[in-house]
Design a protein around this ligand. Structure first.
Ligand code: ZN
Ligand code: ZN
Length: 430
């Protein structure tokens, strides 16, 4: 075993020096692209200008570009002789958040939410860093075809934040109209890791994400006469408490699971017992079995508490169209690619970490039969991370925070180099 491990490590090659130089010479232009993308964020399913911006750049690099794949998705193919088909994915959408970083490049963009209301928009999940790193890697590989052989499929995927973009691109023929990948790579930023560092998981990396809506039904009336009503607020509260025991009492403690009631809405006034209450719940798991058990437990608990209260049956809606499956990094691909990343950045900067219960629809390419690997690239200043570990320290702003502010240039540099390292680990010309 040890012998095999040493051999694998010896096989991992760092980035050639000419690539490191090429990345350095691209940095000024990449930071300009990043600033542009950061200041022009678009909400999920509305990534029209973003897609056009990326498509134009990729066409200029010589990729065959197809737009409007699965809505606003872009597929860019470059063939360079015999060899594996390697997919590199970026996501493109932003979030309805008012940026409060105070940076010169702060977004002032507005968009429309699904209800048609004007909302501020911000790249608070770092998809602008992903796009810039993706463009940088495409530039390096397109400009030096002596480095690699095979087929590159660079995709710009919309609507990651609402969990529908990967599914839409697959349904629109991503793996049938275009070369089917042998491997798929993506990165995601992480606001808790210092820039210059990479974290990854082998096997399960991110969770199954389900959204559940419950409409708790009662019988409304005057707040002074509860005996003439069925109070859905008290029933809703019992359901919330009942849900807590699904994870603590019904689930195997060695199987990760989370049920969080993130929203509880009901009522209009002190002295009115409302007719109904609405709950919104996020449900996280890794295995299909645990997922099924949690969802069944939610249905049963809601129904059972309503029976106990003498209330009408609640409406439990499991929002299947928003389901994001767990991201399972391919064991061999993750292990080998991480060794290559270790050779490029130093093994002390490429660290294994435990899975987390966030979600990412990059998982869908894995579910469609392609070995996938996603790694996390740090965005925080090392000083801020060190300070946070001290007494009374406050962690740097996380993803989805209005204060999320990656240190752009070094983060993009690691982003580009890690993507190129990963692609070359499979396509390098011998
Ligand atoms: Zn996000
Ligand atoms: Zn994201």
């Amino acid at each position: 075993m040890v012998g095999a491990f040493v051999l694998l490590c010896l096989g991992a090659e760092p980035l050639p020096p000419k690539v490191t130089q090429a990345v350095a010479s691209q940095m000024a232009s990449l930071v300009r692209d990043y600033n542009h993308l950061h200041q022009n964020p678009e909400l999920s399913l509305q990534e029209v200008k973003t897609a056009a911006f990326l498509a134009e750049k990729m066409r200029a690099l010589g990729f065959e570009v197809t737009e409007k794949v699965g809505g606003t998705g872009v597929v860019c193919v470059m063939k360079n002789g015999q060899g594996p088909v390697v997919l590199v994915r970026t996501d493109t959408d932003a979030l309805p958040i008012l940026e409060r970083t105070g940076l010169d490049i702060s977004s002032r963009a507005q968009g429309k939410n699904p209800a048609g209301e004007a909302v501020p928009v911000m790249h608070a999940c770092g998809h602008d860093i992903h796009m810039t790193s993706w463009l940088g890697a495409a530039t390096i590989l397109a400009q030096d075809k002596d480095l690699w052989q095979g087929t590159l499929v660079f995709i710009a995927q919309p609507a990651e934040e609402i969990g529908v973009g990967a599914r839409a691109m697959l349904a629109d023929g991503l793996f049938t109209r275009f070369p089917k990948p042998d491997f798929a790579f993506a990165l995601h930023v992480d606001g808790t890791i210092p820039h210059g560092e990479i974290a990854y998981s082998v096997g399960p990396a991110l969770a199954n994400v389900d959204s559940v809506d419950i409409t708790v039904k009662g019988k409304g009336g005057h707040g002074s006469q509860p005996h003439r009503c069925v109070d859905p607020i008290v029933l809703g509260a019992k359901i919330v408490l009942g849900l807590q025991t699904i994870v603590s009492r019904e689930n195997d403690p060695f199987q990760p699971a989370v049920i969080t009631v993130g929203s509880f809405h009901g009522g209009t006034k002190h002295n009115i017992i409302p007719g109904e209450v609405k709950l919104q719940i996020t449900v996280r798991s890794f295995s299909d079995e645990v997922r099924a058990r949690l969802l069944e437990g939610i249905r049963r608990t809601a129904k059972g508490e309503a029976i106990a209260a003498g209330a009408p049956e609640p409406l439990v809606e499991i929002r299947d169209h928003e389901f994001t499956p767990a991201l399972i990094n391919d064991t061999v691909l993750a292990t080998e690619t991480a060794q290559t990343l270790g050779a490029t950045f130093g093994t002390d900067r490429v660290k294994v970490r435990a899975p987390i219960l966030g979600g990412e629809d990059f998982s869908r390419y894995g579910r469609a039969g392609v070995p996938v690997f996603m790694w996390f690239v740090g965005t925080a200043s090392p000083e801020a991370v060190a300070k946070a570990k001290g007494p009374g320290g406050v962690a740097p702003p996380s993803l989805h925070s209005e204060f999320f502010a990656p240190v752009a240039q070094p983060t993009i540099e690691v982003g580009v180099k890690s993507l190129v390292s990963a692609v070359l680990s499979k396509t390098k010309k011998k």
